[in-house]
Ligand binder design. Structure first.
Ligand code: NAG
Ligand code: NAG
Ligand code: NAG
Ligand code: NAG
Ligand code: NAG
Length: 698
């Protein structure tokens, strides 16, 4: 994967801190002692799970050499590889190549920490020879991330959980909420006792300097730009540049001692994020199934004598995903099950997968219950290959052997026939072991998987549409056959509305058309449609100014885009251009909003219709705006109605060929009456189309 390719760091990218002698690479472990093949370099502890080797050299002539770690008294065959470089696709890393004064980042595998090992060696496995080594001093003080308070909640619904400084350039902001309504807001850093206009923009989690979109409880990482480090700033804020308005901030303490920023903190767009298109990138063609109301996605592929399994779910950081072989044939049974418990360890900031055996449906008491194999005299046969957490979704890929030599704790994975599996979500206890899960969070019917299958693709959701805690969206409403669309503003319907329906973030309000929540519209090419828009008329009140326009963008917010981005967006209606060539919105009318009679009742409302009963319409004085749109004959099949100012208020318009809608209506009417369709209707609609086209030509 691309993000792992950058392994060797150029000195100028190394960022020093004020506190330490420059340049700072972490706590010094010591020089590598050479026994053979020109081994050189100095090792540093960057953080609990990362070692940096400055100036590594090796002649590359050993036949079977690896970076090797262990906790025996001296380097020995009782060790483990460090997966280096990280982008290999085999079961083992490739044999170590020659290096001449390279800077190397080594991430310890399988959640191992520096305190768990006694030495690092360049080790030739075939001949069990130590080419060079360094010992980890006992009680080595390793730089650690620093936990800060949360964002102050000053405006626009900005809030978060406690923010962490992961390293000298990287912030981790969990559970970030922001309504996205600031017209020109950014992450912003600077000096002084509180945020001011003298500051620097910080790119968002995707590395972009666009104005911030809305966030709905996402966990993100952002990195300071250029040579700035956390030692150079006094605060991190969300700041509106245009109106010099602080939406909330957190102060950075002066007594920091955090890991250096050598690039060990992975920051990269999620693998399904594809900046050039808006469609979801398809993952590699492994097998895929969804379980637990589509809340758990399991991908697998058999490779020789082991199987690689990827689990993805939208779960909070204190939860685990359990997946494995059922304890009984043809039924979902916990007792006797051999499962893997996978989770994100938020304290260590690493991903874990542990082999469990379930002898009783109770918490592990050290002998029986739901126990890690390692606690009952067995071995953890599961290896974590990859883990990531983005937008609240945890994805962990691990490898498990089909057969082990532990007859008691491990059930063999059959390599040519289906087997019953079980799956669950649940909370971790304080030992980070699996606690009991609720009935709703476990598979209770028999499901079988043939692990040797090559072609079992039953997944229907992309990861970002994955529901949380089993809350399903209200059904998508549709408008087909109407020619007039009454556009107003209303609440997004919490966890059942806009974000679930669209899979995109929302900031609390969205369009209601003909009193439906972001309906999908269907329109015919050549037909004229009228939008009666009551979504605000004054740009001086941005929170109540949402002029609609028609575009090919699934986010909208044309006004916020850079010139380059604007050129990429095609506009179909609702936008005028001034003498200076500047775009302005034409659909400015009075403001009407559906508001909560009391508080948001979306969680208690089974249907959108129930929810509507908890709303009341409030309108300002004034007139609506009218937009008449004749759909061009060459319009693409999918367009969107969106807000000219803010992103993510609207949704889809399906464009169909002339006659399609009346044909559909005819078909349903036909079904209902059981009579055949009179030919006259299609002739009439054909006449209308021709008329419309002629009308447009004039
Ligand atoms: C390593 O690089 C240096 C400087 O580029 C060069 O002088 C030296 O010969 C190289 N050593 C080896 C073993 O290639
Ligand atoms: C979060 O920050 C507050 C305020 O600094 C602090 O009291 C609390 O202990 C922090 N929580 C965690 C989990 O670190
Ligand atoms: C803040 O002040 C420090 C020392 O006064 C300086 O080194 C640093 O560059 C300043 N940071 C910014 C962002 O201006
Ligand atoms: C399991 O899948 C493999 C590979 O597709 C196939 O050869 C085998 O027949 C399947 N077994 C059963 C019992 O369906
Ligand atoms: C838009 O269409 C409506 C109804 O077809 C018509 O009454 C109105 O005059 C039109 N408005 C504009 C600005 O063309």
């Amino acid at each position: 994967m691309l993000k792992y390719l950058v392994q060797v760091f150029i000195l100028s990218h190394v960022v020093a801190s004020k506190k330490h002698p420059e340049p700072y690479y972490g706590t010094k472990i010591g020089p590598l002692v050479e026994f053979a093949h020109g081994i050189k370099g100095t090792a540093y502890a960057v953080d609990e799970t990362t070692i940096f080797i400055k100036g590594f050299s090796y002649d590359g002539t050993g036949p079977d050499a690896f970076f090797w770690i262990g906790n025996s008294p001296r380097p020995s065959p009782e060790g483990t590889f460090i997966p280096y470089p990280e982008d290999y696709h085999e079961r083992e890393p490739p044999v170590l190549k020659a290096h001449n004064n390279s800077d190397i980042i080594l991430r310890l595998p399988m959640g191992k920490r520096i305190r768990d090992i006694r030495w690092l060696s360049v080790w030739c496995r075939r001949f069990t020879v130590d080419f060079g080594e360094v010992f980890i001093p006992p009680n080595l003080e390793v730089p650690k991330p620093r936990v800060l308070p949360e964002f102050k909640r000053l405006a626009h619904g900005l809030r978060s959980d406690n923010i962490s400084i992961l390293d000298a350039k990287t912030f981790y902001i969990p559970n970030l909420h922001y309504d996205g309504a600031g017209p020109d807001a950014y992450f912003w850093v600077g000096n002084g006792t509180e945020p001011t206009a003298f500051g620097y923009k910080v790119p968002n989690e995707l590395g972009s300097l666009e104005p911030l979109r809305g966030y709905l409880g996402e966990d993100i990482e952002i990195q300071l730009p250029g040579t700035l480090t956390v030692y150079d700033i006094d605060w991190l804020a969300v700041w509106c540049v245009q109106f010099r308005h602080n939406f909330g901030h957190v102060m950075i303490p002066k007594d920091l001692d955090v890991p250096p920023a050598l690039g060990q903190t992975k920051i990269s767009p999620p693998w399904w994020y594809n900046p050039t298109t808006t469609t979801t990138a398809q993952p590699a063609p492994t097998n895929c199934r969804e379980f637990l109301d589509k809340r758990l996605q399991v991908k697998w592929i058999m490779k020789g004598d082991h199987v690689e399994i990827t689990l993805s779910a939208r779960i909070s950081e204190d939860k685990y995903i359990a997946f494995g072989l059922s304890g009984g044939n043809n039924k979902a049974q916990m007792i006797g099950a051999d499962v893997t418990i996978a989770y994100f360890d938020k304290d260590e900031r690493s991903f874990r997968a542990e082999d469990y055996y379930i002898s009783h449906a109770s918490q592990c008491d050290g002998k029986s219950g739901v126990c890690p194999d390692e606690r009952i005299g067995g071995r953890n046969d599961v290896t974590v290959l990859h883990g990531e957490r983005h937008n609240g979704i945890t994805t962990i890929k691990y490898s498990k052997p089909l057969h082990t030599n532990e007859a008691i704790n491990d059930r063999p994975i059959p390599d040519n026939e289906p087997v019953s599996i079980i799956a669950a979500f649940g909370p971790l206890n304080s030992r980070k072991e699996a606690n009991a899960h609720t009935y709703k969070d476990r598979l209770d019917t028999d499901v079988q998987i043939n692990f040797s299958d090559m072609n079992d693709h039953q997944c229907t959701l992309s990861l970002d549409n994955m529901p949380e805690d089993g809350v399903l969206a209200w059904p998508q409403s549709k408008i087909i056959g109407d020619n007039t669309f009454y556009v107003k503003i209303g609440p997004t319907g919490g966890n059942k509305g806009y974000p679930k329906i669209t899979g995109m973030p929302s900031w609390g309000i969205c369009y209601y058309i003909n009193d439906k929540l972001i309906p999908e519209l269907t329109v015919e090419r050549g037909q004229t449609y009228t939008f009666v828009v009551e979504a605000g008329e004054s740009s001086s009140n941005p929170a109540r100014f949402h002029p609609i326009y028609i575009t090919d963008s699934n986010e909208g917010a044309y006004a916020q885009l850079s010139k380059d981005k604007q050129r990429k967006q095609q506009i179909y209606a609702g936008v005028g251009y001034g003498a200076d060539g500047k775009a302005y919105p034409m659909t400015t009318g009075r403001y009407c909003e559906w508001t909560h009679k009391s508080i948001d009742k979306s969680a208690e409302s089974d249907t959108f219709e129930d929810f509507m009963k908890t709303l009341r319409l409030e309108c300002d004085e004034g007139e609506p705006a009218y937009l008449n749109w004749t759909v061009p004959m060459d319009a693409p099949d999918l367009l969107y109605y969106q807000c000219f100012i803010h992103s993510n208020l609207g949704w889809k318009i399906h464009i169909v060929d002339p006659g399609y809608i009346s044909e559909q209506n005819g078909r349903t009417a036909n079904k209902a009456t059981g009579k055949s369709l009179p030919i006259g209707i299609s002739l009439i609609s054909l006449a209308t189309i021709i008329q419309t086209i002629l009308h447009r030509r004039q």
